[in-house]
Design a binder for this molecule. Sequence first.
Ligand SMILES: [Ca+2]
Length: 537
Amino acid sequence: MTAMFPSLHPHLGLRACLLLAFGVPWNAEAKKCHAATTEQTANTVTASSEDASQPTSNVLFLAVDDMKDWVGCLGGYEGQVLTPNIDRLAKHGTLFRNAHCPSPKCAPSRAAILTGLRPSTTGLYDNGHWLLPNYPEVVTLPGHFRTAGYEVAGAGKIFHHTAGNHPPNQWDDFHPILFRNDPWFRGSKKNYPWSKSGPQPDGFPLSQVIGLGHENDWGSLNIEAAEYDDARSTQYATDFLQAEHDQPFFLACGLFRPHLPWYVPQEFFDLYPLNEIQLPPTLADDLEDLPAEALRLARDRRDDWQAIKSQKKWKQAIQAYLASISYADRQLGRVLSALKASPYAANTIVILWSDHGWHLGSKGHWHKSTLWEEATRVPLIIDAPGMKPGVCDAPVSLISIFPTLLDLCGQPIPAQLEGPTLVPLLKDPQTPWSEPAVIEFRRGNAAVRDARYRFIRYSDGSEELYDHTTDPAEWHNLADRAEAQPTKKRLSRWLPKKWADAAATKSQFDFDPETFQWTNRITGTVTSGTDTPETNP
Ligand SMILES: [Ca+2]
């Protein structure tokens, strides 16, 4: 797909192309561009619903943070995880059981989902890049719906949660996470200018684990349940759904849990007795068949895990992660109940996704930021009016969310969006599907996940291959075996052909949160996050 951008760097080439597609309203011009330039793959179809009689749907866009496949309907956890609301949504909609993030870290995954462009195309590889000053002309998913005449509102974490990532020009109204009760996040005025510095919670670290840095804590705060940040984001969404709206809406609610710190009310810890906690299955010599780059990724944040293990708190940490999942599920349930009770229940597309997974000890790793199943498999559920409930095992990437929502809303899909629409799979989950999910992490490293295999190639050329029919835990790297070569060759066709240079990092810009403007320290260029999409250059 990256072949669509013959000149990936300097970014001017991409920007010019984006301007062509995004700088004009979604209309016949964009459609023409699509018809003229798209290389159709087996799964890539043009917008299938141009029927003018189709009613305009609202969109309820639900995001959770760092939630791996440990939800009831996906069965990723060895024990029992309680997610009744997610499971109910899955039964009502289409559950994608082989869905993967575009990148296993917050900012790059969300930037890819919300622009429809892969990290290898934009160079937005890590948490240290701002989207807008790098791509002033890009139309994001909320920005698109706003231009299309929707009322666009949101709360919580949709893009990355630091300052500068939810520009006012993309939202009619946005309620950010205040982080009033997560004192870890109050330290940086650059990242959280709206938040006052505060003391650590009473009794910190609540986990009682000594030596963990940064955000790595868990426990129950001495505040009312309604005072947790996610409860506030949820309240915003339920209030919105209880109000009258005279135009179609795009409502985004982004929950921060189960992202660290795992601070949730005690009742959610109580759901998971310690003697029932299951440790992730591990293999003693699991790491011995890994290349150096894989070992390096596995080692990152291992100190946290070692500290937790050595202080005999591994089960407590897993309990806290599970509690945070069930807490997020409870908040989702509140939003879904509000939708069900509203006049919008029959005419609203509901989509739920998580930005990436998490390791809790598998492959000797703690945290995200790897190209293995633990870090890339995520919940994805789409419940669209008129679609029958279903379960889909085709490999899909969240890069498809943008074109899928446009397709469901009867809008043209610009050729630049890099994922195929999933509407054929919503209509029939058994639709033949040849395109695998591609997961990228930093420049030059990517995994290709199809229905059976995971193939990884790192920037130094080293590789891994796992066969999920015999090795669901990805313990046995088959990459060097002679019989694996045809599979590797087949899957390697889907690896990015080009990797954009890394986009400018935050250090290249001065950001003023009051005016929502960035000044490029090198070029002097000023980018505004307050201009409406219509007046953006
Ligand atoms: Ca995340």
